[in-house]
Design a binder for this molecule. Structure first.
Ligand code: GCO
Length: 443
């Protein structure tokens, strides 16, 4: 049985220079922990009750050892690009020098990608902060932003011209809010007074890293990856609309508005002073450094109602939902892209992540994940609709290349277009991976 992914015949997404890729992140796939310094996710995993299945990243997909076959796998999918992240604690020593063994691991990968004509989209920070920096306050410590700049400087010099695109950060919302406010991601700090402070240091880190990337890697496309969960009101009531707008500023616009407008959303004035970030003179100038692209990650939307105690109340996600409980609502993807394009003067966009967790079953050596194919079909259409409405999207990355460590969910949720058997490390391309390959190769 073949299920196809299709796009309208005249779609820009069928042109040869539209970039299709697959994405992963270091901690989620690599394993090989003994060859690097500990990071905040190692500590988080070792803390009882934090990760749903009590697992860790010690082995993960064993990509540290299996990277050659994984690159063959990527090539077999027919994609133009591979988005990977660099493990900061693998490439930088505690005293701030390059760790050559770790650098060589990535150089081998980058060289192999180049040899196979696959563009490397490198993310410098996908959440695996070295633990020794967390011990100094992590993203609540302004100095971490400068440590990140130094790391970006050393590693971009070491990589030379092998990288097609650098993203400074992946989803600073998750690092700041989930890590330092809600506490459901590493380092697990809880408190409303922390989230926006961490966010500011992350955005500062981004701007500082942009400065060194511009110098060291002027020919790559340098930018940032943000995630968006568009906010919708439960009803047309003024109160619900106000609640949903507040949530949108708090969760989404907070991370993009400073990049383009040099200021935080106006709701700052409604937050208690103790929750405000410390913004020093010149910070916003650094943060507004021009970017060559904006990476957009999209999975779902959320719905809000007014609430008398808080600014908003998020209601349960309606059906249909993916296996991780996120509503499937592709229309929000189109509306998001169109609205960002209206609000900000954006550079080109890459969809750097989009995909779905499904309760896959490997039967007779195959995974017939038609639910995931359906998700991809509807979301590819949603991107195409946005392009037709004038949004410049230059590429699309499926999250993820393969099943991997899904953060607080451990290995329970599968996002891959390739199945991973964690006992044997055997990879099996799912029906969605075959459909993706068919779409790309038959453009
Ligand atoms: C993300 C994360 C990924 C997740 C994916 C599904 O950038 O949100 O980068 O690491 O695995 O989003 O939750």
């Amino acid at each position: 049985m073949t299920v196809k992914l299709t796009l309208p015949a005249q779609s820009k997404m069928l042109s040869q220079d539209f970039i299709y890729g697959v994405a992963t992140a270091s901690f989620q796939i690599e394993g090989g922990e003994n060859n690097r310094l500990p990071c905040i996710w190692d500590t988080f995993c070792d803390t009882a009750g934090k990760v749903a299945d009590g697992s860790n990243g010690l082995i993960a997909c064993d990509h540290y050892n299996l990277w050659q076959q994984d690159i063959e796998l990527i090539e077999s999918l027919g994609v133009d690009a591979y988005r990977l992240s660099i493990s900061w604690p693998r490439v930088i020593t505690e005293s701030g020098e390059l760790n050559q063994q770790g650098v060589d691991f990535y150089l081998d990968i980058l060289n192999e990608l180049q040899r196979r004509n696959i563009k490397a989209f490198v993310t410098l920070y996908h959440w695996d902060l070295p633990q020794h920096l967390e011990d100094e306050g992590g993203w609540l410590n302004r100095a971490t932003a400068y440590k990140f700049r130094d790391y970006a400087d050393l590693i971009s010099k070491a990589f030379g011209d092998r990288v097609y695109s650098y993203a400074t950060l992946n989803e600073p919302f998750c690092s700041a809010f989930l890590g330092y406010e809600a506490g459901i991601h590493a380092p697990g700090i809880v408190g409303k007074e922390f989230g926006k402070k961490a966010a500011h240091h992350l955005l500062l880190a981004h701007g500082l890293a942009m400065q060194v990337l511009e110098k060291n890697s002027p020919n790559s496309k340098n930018g940032i990856v943000l995630n968006f969960t568009p906010c919708y009101p439960e009803s047309d009531s003024e109160a619900d609309i106000k609640a949903s707008d507040f949530a949108d500023d708090y969760f989404n616009q907070w991370y993009i508005k400073p990049l383009f407008d040099g200021e935080y959303p106006e709701i700052m004035s409604q937050l208690p002073a103790e929750h405000h970030p410390e913004v020093l003179e010149g910070d916003m100038e650094i943060i507004t450094h021009a970017i060559d692209f904006l990476g957009v990650n999209f999975y779902t939307r959320s719905i809000y109602r007014a609430n008398s105690d808080e600014h908003f109340f998020q209601i349960d996600a309606p059906e249909p939902r993916t296996d991780i409980g996120w509503e499937i609502y592709p229309k929000a993807f189109t509306e998001l892209l169109v609205s960002l394009n209206e609000k900000y003067s954006l550079p080109a966009i890459y969809i750097t992540e989009n995909g779905a967790a499904m309760a896959d079953k490997l039967v007779d050596g195959a995974v017939n994940d038609i639910g995931r194919i359906d998700y991809y079909q509807n979301h590819l259409n949603a991107v195409n609709d946005a392009i037709e409405q004038g949004v410049q999207v230059n590429g699309y990355f499926a999250w993820s290349l393969m099943d991997n460590f899904e953060w607080a969910e451990g290995y329970l949720k599968r996002f891959g277009i390739v199945h991973v058997d964690y006992d044997t490390q055997v990879r099996t391309i799912k029906a969605s991976g075959l459909a993706y390959n068919d779409l790309i190769t038959n453009r």
